[in-house]
Ligand binder design. Structure first.
Ligand SMILES: [Zn+2]
Length: 220
């Protein structure tokens, strides 16, 4: 089993907080693919170190120290992803793993220099927002999963779930990338799969796939 660090826990918590700023231990276990026992152990530790507030039935919240720490890890990760994608030319399905390794070993100074070199990117290659040096998040555009569009509607991709490289590799083969427009030609009620058109080509995609692709919601 992979060794999961304190940093990984904190950034997983940070990225998956619900609108009330809480997260359940079971969700952390699921996101990190580990047992609840292992999660409970680490949560006790993080709570003792002052990074989280852990209330058994209410869930977990980050303290301000925990939040700053996690936000910085997320910033490091996403700036590395932009660098790997834009400068090194690594495809978006490969940058996540590589950034996981680099984020732990780089100084804040290096990250700040990369940010300048990359001209202060606001989003990573998967469309996730990058916190600025002083902890501000760029404005997040209104979005919804592709699966929620109706027949005949279309949407521009602004974010994809970055946690599975098989998924990212697969959707790349269909021509799906950020800013690409996807038209919903048909929704199949039987299994909720979708017939979509991308760059004039038709594809059948599963509802699970469509739930992990997010399109911009146009204001009216
Ligand atoms: Zn990413």
């Amino acid at each position: 089993m992979q060794n999961i660090s304190k940093e990984d826990y904190l950034s997983t918590i940070f990225r998956n907080l619900n609108p009330e700023g809480k997260i359940k231990p079971g969700l952390i276990a699921g996101k990190l693919s580990i047992s609840s026992a292992a999660v409970t152990d680490m949560l006790r530790k993080l709570s003792a170190e002052g990074y989280i507030i852990y209330e058994r039935y209410k869930g977990i919240a980050l303290t301000s120290e925990g939040e700053n720490y996690a936000r910085n890890m997320v910033r490091r990760h996403r700036i590395w992803e932009v660098f790997l994608n834009k400068v090194v030319g690594m495809p978006w399905d490969k940058v996540h793993e590589e950034a996981n390794r680099l984020e732990h070993s780089s100084s804040d100074d290096l990250i700040n220099r990369l940010e300048v070199m990359l001209d202060f990117p606001e989003y990573d290659p998967h469309g996730d927002p990058i916190p600025s040096r002083d902890g501000k998040m760029p404005k997040i555009k209104r979005q919804k999963p592709l699966s929620e569009l109706e027949e005949g509607e279309s949407g521009r991709v602004i974010r994809v779930n970055d946690s599975d490289e098989n998924f990212l590799g697969y959707i790349s083969k269909l021509g799906i990338m950020l800013k690409e427009n996807i038209v919903i030609k048909k929704k199949i009620m039987f299994d909720e799969s979708l017939e979509v058109s991308i760059k004039g080509k038709s594809w059948n995609i599963s509802s699970k796939l469509a739930q992990n692709i997010f399109v911009e919601v146009k204001r009216d």
